[in-house]
Write a protein that binds this ligand. Structure first.
Ligand code: PLP
Length: 399
């Protein structure tokens, strides 16, 4: 079966990020002149005759065959993601979890080991704790990169990290992770959902595969679900073949068009939201109702120095423990007016949630607490509203 890895136009590597976000991977449609990438809504693609079909299926001739394997609108999204992450290739998926599970299943075999560092999104943690062990794949968890360096198990095939992590914004040193993985002959994978390629480019720091929930900042408007894996052609072929051909988690061309639109404004949205998050984090840090703030931009955050090195800004997601436990979190969330109570992050709208009872409720309680996901923890994803309105909303909700 032919796999369609789109070519990467080299010259645009020299562009600034905002130019890349608008133009990379996209050009006016040669047939119609349409500037927005057309939505090619078809499941199958016709070929001229029997032999042409055979050649396309064998991969001897270019051309699309079936949208579960590849589609022109999805291919434009893949080209853009590859260019934004500075990689040769990318694969679009139906969701972030489809991208993550396809990357793991596509690269692992029974008997392999995955080493995870730090806290992971609850869905990813579930894959590591339940799905992979059922397939005969070992999973080891390390709290820090230093721990990983000392204890990396023999036979480790993948080192997996998420930075900043969901929900406690741990910052993992990607350069160190890449070095440890390379020395052990393992593949490094980083979930770059919270940072986006605008803030961090993990491949430039030595990471092999970058995965995304495109549902978040890449869409940016809370109206599309998607995912992506980014890396070398060889790794992307393996991930595409498992993830699309076998698991079938393909990205719809309609969603791909929404994600392409979202990407055009990614740097503008992220920059504005980061500035507001920074201001809110400082305000929360001084508020008597707040016990502890988790935000990499604060000088006393344990990952501040690494974040300053590997991120352009400190991100637009923050979390905090309220004095008064779960009840205080419930009161705060129920009183918010502008900020919407919902999971997800990276939307134009500010969102807030209680991770212990939502995104991370599936984690064993002891692990959840050890990872700092307390009953008092609130996570906020700061949107692009006026910062003074967000500050006023948070202050009134804190009572
Ligand atoms: N990775 C991170 C860091 C996330 O926060 C999420 C979802 O919240 C995912 C992956 C999964 O993405 P999706 O919901 O698009 O499957």
């Amino acid at each position: 079966m032919t796999t369609q890895i789109p070519p990467t136009p080299d010259p645009s590597h020299a562009w600034g990020f905002r130019t890349l976000a608008v133009h990379a991977g996209q050009a006016p449609d040669p047939g119609t002149g349409a500037i927005a990438t057309p939505i090619v809504a078809t499941s199958a693609f016709a070929y001229d005759d029997f032999d042409a079909g055979v050649s396309r299926f064998n991969g001897d001739a270019p051309g699309y065959v079936y949208s579960r394997f590849a589609n022109p609108t999805v291919a434009a999204f893949e080209r853009k993601m590859a260019l934004l992450e500075g990689a040769p290739a990318a694969v679009g998926f139906a969701s972030g979890m489809a991208a993550i599970s396809a990357s793991l299943i596509g690269l692992l075999s029974a008997g392999d080991t995955v080493a995870c560092v730090g806290t992971l999104y609850g869905g990813t943690d579930g894959v590591m704790r339940t799905l992979l062990p059922r397939l005969g794949i070992g999973v080891r968890h390390f709290a820090t990169v230093e721990g990983l360096q000392e204890g990396l198990p023999k036979g480790t095939r993948i080192v997996y990290v998420e930075t900043p992590s969901n929900p406690t914004l741990e910052v993992i040193d990607l350069e160190q992770v890449g070095q440890v993985a390379r020395r052990a002959g393992a593949i490094s994978i980083a979930d770059n959902t919270f940072a986006t390629p605008y803030l961090t480019r993990p491949r430039a720091l030595g990471i092999d595969v970058v995965v995304h929930s495109a549902t978040k900042f890449i869409s940016g408007h809370g109206d599309a679900t998607g995912g992506a894996a980014v890396g070398s052609v060889e790794l992307m072929n393996a991930i595409r073949s498992a993830g699309m051909g076998q698991l079938g988690g393909c990205l719809s061309p309609h969603e791909a068009a929404m994600l392409l639109r979202g990407l055009k404004t990614l740097p503008l949205r992220v920059q504005a939201a980061c500035a507001s998050a920074h201001a809110l984090a400082h305000g929360l840090d001084r508020h008597p109702a707040v016990e502890r703030v988790y935000y990499p931009g604060l000088g006393d955050h344990p990952g501040h120095a690494v974040a300053a090195r590997q991120m352009r800004h400190f991100g637009s997601i923050l979390a905090f423990d309220l004095r008064g436990g779960r009840e205080a979190a419930r009161h705060f969330l129920d009183r918010l007016c502008i900020v919407t109570q919902a999971v997800s992050v990276g939307d134009a709208d500010s969102l807030a949630c209680h991770p212990a009872s939502t995104t991370h409720r599936g984690m064993p309680e002891a692990v959840r607490r050890a990872n700092g996901v307390s009953d008092a923890l609130v996570r906020m994803s700061i949107g692009i509203e006026d910062v003074q309105d967000l500050q006023a909303d948070v202050v009134q909700a804190l009572g």
